[in-house]
Design a protein around this ligand. Structure first.
Ligand SMILES: Nc1ncnc2c1ncn2[C@@H]1O[C@H](COP(=O)(O)OP(=O)(O)O)[C@@H](O)[C@H]1O
Ligand SMILES: [Mg+2]
Length: 357
């Protein structure tokens, strides 16, 4: 196992800058998730750690070793891809043993390692099968088995669950997490799926357009997003945003929406009188009132059994609310949504930064 240090790392393809100076400290034994929209540079960064892409600035260290100029096979990492890249003409056993045979390891050691990995991944009964005789989840496990047998310092995962159906994805999510709890190998996991990031990561790095927006534990990001992008990206259904103007007078503060609606400012919110702001409140932090709050027209009711989702609209803004209680509001009717002031946020309208007193 080893820590991974990424310092001021830059990348361009031709003239186009893709990573603009990225800093990440990945602790030894941790499970770190890189998450962000498609095209933000996650795979490129992972491939740079693996040694598959040249580094155009800054430094990457695995443990104490600077690896910038080290070829992939000397970095002691193992990578698991989205398309499992199994060899179709080899059995599960041979797929798992392949890298070890290439490294000229003796047969008895290879057998022991493959057997151990097969047991960890519940693949022992499938060792003589070919990839085509396996389900998607089993193939993904073989791909992980190939990584495990090498007993690397670091595992790199690039969207390994994207090709699986929804139910299997959820099952594999906890399998990978459990595997990490057993092996404790430093892992870096790339995904565009914020739920995967939230449920799997000890630490999440949110990226956008080749920059880091915020780094933190899942709940730090959820409860204290640094800016409107992170606030909107983490959480499902997403946080509601209402543009308005901050008004401060005496000790009191409220936000005035364009239609004149006034909302008390969130507790601990910063910002100055007259500042254009965006009021942010999560769907589960809204309660129903008889009056006041955000008057909202009901568009669609979505009962899930466990919760009631309500899609509604205030002026031009789409809002969603979720309640534990079962409600059945008529579409077109007006409900009053009251934000929990201890959990709502204000963002600067121009920069998107969260305003904290
Ligand atoms: N080999 C390449 N040549 C040119 N552009 C590339 C290459 N690989 C990736 N890119 C570009 O770099 C950006 C980041 O890509 P990528 O790291 O794959 O994003 P992500 O994994 O976050 O979806 C994208 O705009 C992509 O088009
Ligand atoms: Mg990618």
């Amino acid at each position: 196992m080893a820590s991974v240090t990424i310092q001021a790392v830059k990348k361009r393809f031709g003239e186009v800058a893709i990573l603009h100076g990225v800093d990440i400290d990945i602790a030894d034994g941790s499970f770190t998730v890189l998450v962000g929209p498609s095209g933000c540079g996650k795979s490129t960064l992972l491939r740079m750690i693996a040694g598959l892409e040249e580094i155009h600035g800054g430094e990457i260290r695995i443990g104490e070793r600077r690896v910038n100029d080290l070829p992939p096979k000397e970095r002691d990492i193992a990578m698991v891809f989205q398309n499992y890249a199994l060899y179709p003409h080899m059995t599960v056993r041979d797929n798992m043993a392949f890298a070890l045979s290439l490294a000229k390891m003796d047969k008895a050691t290879i057998d022991t390692k493959v057997q151990r990995a097969a047991e960890i991944l519940a693949l022992a009964p499938l060792l003589e099968r070919y990839p085509r005789q396996l389900s998607g989840g089993q193939r993904q496990r073989v791909a992980m088995g190939r990584a495990i047998v090498r007993d690397p310092q670091v595992f790199l995962f690039d969207e390994p669950l994207s090709n699986l159906d929804a139910k299997l994805r959820v099952a594999m999510r906890s399998e990978i997490k459990e595997l990490h709890q057993r092996l404790k190998t430093t892992s870096i996991y790339v995904t565009h799926d914020q739920i995967e990031a939230m449920t799997m990561g000890d630490k999440i790095v949110v990226m956008r357009d080749g920059r880091i927006e915020q780094t933190g534990s899942p709940l730090e990001l959820y409860d204290h997003p640094a800016n409107q992008f992170v606030a909107g990206f983490i959480g499902s259904p997403a946080m509601n945003f209402l543009p308005g103007t901050l008004r401060r007078a005496g000790g009191a503060a409220h936000v005035e929406l364009p239609d004149g609606t006034r909302l008390d400012a969130p507790i601990h919110a910063g910002g100055t009188d007259g500042q254009p702001v965006v009021y942010g409140t999560r769907p589960e932090h809204l309660t129903l009132g008889d009056s006041g709050g955000i008057p909202s027209r009901v568009v669609v009711m979505e009962p899930t059994g466990m919760d009631t989702f309500v899609a509604c609209r205030h002026e031009g803004a789409e809002l969603s609310a979720v309640f534990r209680e079962r409600y059945d509001f008529a579409p077109g009717s007006t409900i009053h949504l009251l934000p929990d002031l201890a959990r709502a946020h204000l963002f600067d309208a121009a920069t998107g930064l969260r305003l904290v007193a």
